[in-house]
Design a protein around this ligand. Sequence first.
Ligand SMILES: Nc1ncnc2c1ncn2[C@@H]1O[C@H](COP(=O)(O)OP(=O)(O)OP(=O)(O)O)[C@@H](O)[C@H]1O
Length: 266
Amino acid sequence: MEAKQEVANPSQGILLQAWGLKKNYGDRSAVRGFDLQLRRGEIVALLGPNGAGKSTTVGMLAQLMAPDGGSCQLLGQEVRGDADPIKARLGLVTQDLALHEPLSAQANLRAFGGLYGLKGAVLAQRVEAALNLAGLSQRAHEAVSRFSGGMKRRLHIACALLHQPDVIILDEPTTGVDAQSRNAIFDMLLQLRDTGHALLYTTHYMEEAQRLCDRVLIMDAGRVLAQGTVAELSALLPAAERRHDGSTDLEQVFLHLTGRALRDCA
Ligand SMILES: Nc1ncnc2c1ncn2[C@@H]1O[C@H](COP(=O)(O)OP(=O)(O)OP(=O)(O)O)[C@@H](O)[C@H]1O
């Protein structure tokens, strides 16, 4: 195990921390050394093209797969197996929807709440709060099969939050949604950030990372190439490549770092 430079410390606001995470599939290195410090009250984007290693990184951070190297801590502790209570402090929003289409939004939430061991008045209160957060209170009793793609995505996110995790990892949560629903999802995520959650958000959409996130990690071929605020990343560009109006396009930064355009990598 590699040396740790710093202990993840919730009192300093660091809720999720990783050191040198590595993962191989056979002789392919999917992740080649991933470091992270995720703090309370921030949204960090993990931005990279298809195949960059984002989902594999999420799998290791969410304790779904063991790394081949490195380690991570959740609220200052290593997670010791599925039964470790600390694991409940993390919520994972997967890329694939996990909803029961014939059931209503409320019934889906109740079913997920049951999986987390919630019942009675607590379950009822959490389901109501989740419907509210997802903007679905008026559609609570309708079958999910009648929902738009964006409504399903919002419900899917709400299901992953019923156990009130501190750290939320979202793997491309806007896949297949229109601009209006994307805005509704952004509102949900900003509300979560502003109530003290820490969010890690994977995407291959630069404009999402730029608009929503406090910091951005740019990843390609299993490595983090650069990280920082958009302004910090912009400072990596040579003066001649910067826009005259001072605005930055993460696409330009990716192009500068890799010699190819992010949109051409998909
Ligand atoms: N189960 C697997 N077996 C073999 N190779 C895999 C497996 N899962 C991922 N890979 C490979 O590992 C690399 C990283 O894949 P990963 O899915 O983590 O990237 P990603 O950035 O999440 O991509 P996307 O945006 O398309 O989801 C890719 O080269 C991929 O083909």
